[in-house]
Design a protein around this ligand. Structure first.
Ligand SMILES: Nc1ncnc2c1ncn2[C@@H]1O[C@H](COP(=O)(O)OP(=O)(O)OP(=O)(O)O)[C@@H](O)[C@H]1O
Length: 284
């Protein structure tokens, strides 16, 4: 059996009275893109910080690339890419100087020019960091996260604040890194992002995993019922939730003797499933 890239069993973290992470389990396989999806305050950042070795835990077993992050050494750290959200790059240096500078921290760095191209900053390679736009800064942050050639990349809400075009470009970048074989763990509020990128995802709410699986699997597993809607001869709208929509449509076809007025068959979206799982249904 291949060893899991990330193995978390019974993880618990308290901040005073508040239990932020409550008996959390995760198993992330090498080479997969794994999404941790959940609403504000669900415990996503706390979990990722524990995986990075930047936050202590109160209980549970955590193994990341074969080591406990609480005691991971320098070599272990060099195998993990972290994308920082704070402005860690020196503002006066150029993009090329910054990426080359960070490359020196790693035993086997990637080629800085190749990494600059990977994140789409070739045209900005000679520009100073302080002149970059917000989206370009985030690309530089990713460049710094991957310059060491990490086996595992941990991204905490990487596209928060991106416009839709920048978000899609960023997704392309993540897919490229995944195609190169990097294991990627990302947290997100955006269901669309998890669905677009993740091979598998865990939905967390109040510090616990409430569902886990492929995006399609989650949808099927948690709601197979369809809704069949139609219009009655008096013009009133009717709908029926059913696990056997084909049968319902056959019955309606007989009753209407042909075309069913206003027929619509819908399945729950992943968003419906997600909102129900995280108890946010009423907020819609
Ligand atoms: N350093 C801290 N001290 C006290 N409470 C904290 C601390 N960090 C996080 N919390 C609390 O722990 C809970 C989980 O926070 P966390 O940041 O892990 O959630 P999250 O899922 O990443 O949320 P968001 O999507 O809003 O970033 C929240 O209730 C938060 O207020």
């Amino acid at each position: 059996m291949t060893e899991l890239a990330v193995n978390v069993r019974g993880l618990r973290k308290r901040y005073g009275e508040l239990t932020a992470v409550d008996d959390l389990d995760l198993g992330i396989r090498p080479g997969e893109v794994f999404g941790i999806l959940g609403p504000n305050g669900a415990g996503k950042s706390t979990t990722v910080e524990i995986l990075q070795g930047h936050r202590t835990r109160d209980a549970g077993e955590v193994t990341v690339l074969g080591a406990d992050p609480a005691t991971g050494n320098r070599l272990w750290r060099s195998r993990i890419g972290i994308v920082w959200q704070d402005e860690s790059a020196p503002a006066e240096l150029t993009v090329r100087e910054t990426v080359s500078h960070f490359a020196r921290y790693y035993p086997k760095p990637r080629d800085p020019e190749e990494v600059i191209a990977l994140v789409g900053l070739e045209k900005k390679a000679s520009s100073r960091v302080k002149t970059l736009s917000g989206g370009q800064r985030r690309r530089l942050d990713v460049a710094l996260g991957v310059i060491g050639g990490p086996e595992l990349l941990l991204l905490d809400e990487p596209t928060t604040g991106f416009d839709p075009a920048a978000r899609r470009q960023f997704w392309e970048l993540i897919r490229q890194l995944a195609d190169e074989g990097t294991t990627i763990v990302l947290t997100t509020h955006y269901l669309e992002e998890a669905e677009a990128l993740a091979d598998r995802l865990a939905v967390i709410a109040a510090g616990r995993v409430v569902a886990e699986g492929t995006p399609a699997g989650l949808r099927e597993q948690h709601d197979t019922a369809a809704t069949v809607a139609w219009t009655e001869p008096d013009g009133s709208s009717r709908s029926q939730r059913t696990a056997t929509p084909t049968r319902t449509v056959a019955e309606l076809t007989q009753r209407f003797d042909g075309e069913i007025p206003g027929l619509l068959i819908s399945r729950p979206t992943l968003e419906d499933v997600y909102l129900r799982l995280t108890g946010q249904e009423a907020a819609r």
